[in-house]
Design a protein around this ligand. Structure first.
Ligand SMILES: [Zn+2]
Length: 252
């Protein structure tokens, strides 16, 4: 666990997300009518498609929670997190202690009172906004209460077409190797198809490939190599190994 008062390291992952199947990330219609669909995709003001960073961060966070719970590690309930919450009016010493005792998910992703060590940018579609990159699909309305099709009522929803590529960035600051390893483990699960993005997953949507390169800056690279260095395959494998070893050590 590291704090922010000293610069220790920064990892920058440049991510390319290529859609294997169509993607639907809706604008989140707030209507209370169960028959209104959130049928339009998220777009930038210029009309280009976007996968919001907050949505990606939610995917990484919830899947890390699942992996750590599955491994037998204590993880707080993110809808009712108490990690670090007693620290608001406390001394610095108590604050540091509280942060150190917070769960592994909050330590990396932050909570109401702990800063996040990970930042995920919006991933924006590569290409010109004017190009055609969406299609319309038919859906059958499902009633939330009975989980049945509501009298076979049909609706349309918009998807981003397979083959579309989005680009974004993940930043990790002042982290341990195993924490970078956690993010890489989740990227592997995405690429193996276990984790998908967006809505309508039961209709087969949201399968993606995420390719990435990682640059690291730390004291050594600043003093000796004058800037960021790109990590090799071996160094990337070592970070994943650090995550697996960390889980094995903690669950003893
Ligand atoms: Zn927590």
């Amino acid at each position: 666990m590291r704090f922010f008062d000293t610069f220790i390291n920064r990892y920058t992952l440049s991510i390319e997300i290529e859609l294997v199947t169509a993607l639907h990330i809706g604008v989140g219609n707030q209507s209370i009518s169960p028959l209104d669909s959130d049928n339009a995709i998220m777009r930038m003001p210029d009309g280009n498609a976007v996968i919001p960073g907050a949505s990606l961060k939610g995917v990484f966070r919830s899947n890390l929670e699942a992996i750590l719970r599955m491994s037998g590690l204590h993880v707080c309930d993110s809808t009712n997190s108490t990690c670090g919450s007693s620290s608001r009016d406390s001394s610095n010493e108590k604050l540091y202690k509280d942060i150190e005792q917070s769960c592994e998910v909050c330590s990396l992703f932050g909570s109401q009172s702990i800063s996040s060590h990970i930042y995920i940018s919006d991933a924006i579609r590569r290409g010109e906004p004017g190009e055609s990159f969406t299609s319309t699909r038919d859906g059958v309305m499902i009633r939330r209460d009975t989980e049945n099709a509501a009298g076979g009522r049909k609706y349309d929803f918009e998807v981003v077409n397979p083959g579309t590529v989005f680009a974004g960035e993940i930043l990790l600051e002042n982290v341990d190797d195993y924490q970078v390893g956690y993010v890489l483990m989740i990227l592997d699960l995405v690429n193996q198809g276990f984790i998908r993005l967006g809505g309508k997953k039961s209709a087969g949507l949201g399968r993606v490939n995420m390719s990435f390169s990682i640059q690291k800056i730390d004291k050594k690279s600043i003093l000796k190599e004058s800037g960021a260095i790109e990590l090799s395959e071996q160094e990337i494998a070592n970070l994943k190994l650090a995550a697996r070893n960390h889980i094995a050590e903690v669950i003893v």
